[in-house]
Structure formats: C-alpha cells, structure tokens
Design a binder for this molecule. Structure first.
Ligand code: TZP
Ligand code: MG
Length: 224
C-alpha cells in the first residue's frame, strides 16, 4: 500500500520534549501543523508501555486522518492495528514482517547505502528512510553521515520502482531547502518527503515548527 503522503514525516522522541511539555499535546500540535505521517519510536520502553503509548497516539492520529507506523516492532504494530512498521537493517526481515502483517500494511526500511536501497526494493519495501543525511544528536550513528549528494545516488536506485523515499537526520528549517534540492539525483529523482525528530519534538511550539517546515516543502514543490 503506498497512498501515504510522506512529505512531512514525524518520528517521535519523548526524551527530546522540552521540560514540562506533554508528549500527547506535542503530538497533536504537530498534527495541527501539518505532519503527514507519524512513526512511534520508543527505544527504551517496555512492551506494555510501548503498546499503551502507541494506542493512545493512534487515537490522536486517527482524528487527523494521519497514518501511524511503529518503529522496529511488528508485534506492537499488530497489537494496535497500526498502518505499518519501520524496520532497521537489524530488525525483522521484510518478507517475515509481510507475512505477519495485514496485506495492506506499509513497510519502511532504514537505508545507509545503495546496497541497502537495492535490497529494500527487491524485498518489497514500500519506502526507504535514508539517513543520516546530516549530523544528528537524536541517535548515536553506527554508519557515516551520508550527505545530500550521496542521498541522490541512493534515490537513483529507486528509478523505475514505486518505492518512496524520505531522508532523515539533522533536518531543520535552516537546511531543508538544501536537503530537498541537493538530494535530487542526476536522473531527476527527488525525495518524497523528509523525516524529523528534534526539529518538531524539541520545539516548545511544535505546531509552528511544523508549519515552517510545511511552508518550505510547498515552496520546493512549486519550484518543480
Ligand atoms: N535515523 C537516522 S538519523 C535519526 C534516525 C532515527 C535521528 C533523526 O533525528 P533528528 O532530530 O531529526 O536529527
Ligand atoms: Mg530499528
């Protein structure tokens, strides 16, 4: 299933909320600001708590008609009837996740290089998350920063496929245009969207932070 609008993809990160800011309030404000898809990312949360947070998040996302994906955990996605999962290179193989999830579930995969992208296409991913495009403090990176040009090379590997692509890692309002323009491949393949954690989650005004990103994105599209 690939009718998702990937353009402004929020990945959650409760540990990055400004002090005193409520997670659900922040999530709702980002939805009001124009987030188009949400991934619930919980790295240090036990399964029961993960399910509770994901289920409550989905109630909010459903109100805004925004699809919700679960990071890493196919079991959590099944438990809350999420739209799909986002898998890392060390998580469950796509084929296995496909077997377990409903037919129309979305499966995305993290990719750090062209080999990962080609494998994701072959294995039937719906989208790839390419990162880290810039330096980030939100994740300790196990692979080098990719940079915009090499993201473009990775996008080229998606030519002629229906697999979508978002870039992630250190994307801010201040480098968003450079990210969007700089990643366009020599064959003209552009990103379908950008994914952020801190630019929205760490903001005291997530609605405003999201609107700023959304405005830049629509300016970029008008350029094409
Ligand atoms: N994968 C690659 S970079 C990253 C993830 C989950 C973190 C992105 O966070 P931020 O705050 O948008 O740099
Ligand atoms: Mg993972």
């Amino acid at each position: 299933m690939n009718d998702i609008d990937y353009s402004l993809y929020l990945v959650t990160g409760r540990e990055l909320l400004p002090s005193g800011k409520d997670y659900f309030e922040s999530l709702e404000e980002s939805l009001q600001g124009g987030v188009t898809v949400v991934q619930i990312r919980e790295k240090n949360t036990d399964t029961g708590e993960f399910i509770k947070i994901a289920r409550a998040s989905k109630v909010i996302c459903d109100i805004y008609n925004v699809p919700l994906l679960i990071n890493d955990r196919v079991d959590v996605a099944l438990a809350i009837n999420a739209h799909g999962v986002h898998l890392g290179q060390d998580d469950m193989p796509i084929a296995q996740a496909r077997k377990m999830l409903p037919k129309d579930a979305v499966i995305g995969v993290s990719c750090n290089n062209v080999g990962h992208v080609k494998a994701a296409v072959k294995e039937g991913a719906d989208y790839v998350g390419i990162g880290a495009v810039w330096g980030t403090k939100s994740k300790s990176l196990t692979s080098p920063i990719i940079g915009v040009r090499r993201v473009g090379v990775m996008l080229e590997a998606l030519d002629g496929t229906n697999v979508k692509a978002v870039a992630i890692g250190g994307i801010k309002s201040t480098n968003l245009l450079r990210t969007l323009h700089g990643t366009v491949s020599s064959t003209g393949h552009a990103l379908d969207g950008i994914a952020v954690i801190s630019e929205i989650v760490a903001s005291a005004e997530p609605r405003r932070a999201t609107e700023t990103l959304a405005n830049i994105l629509s300016g970029f599209r008008a350029d094409f």
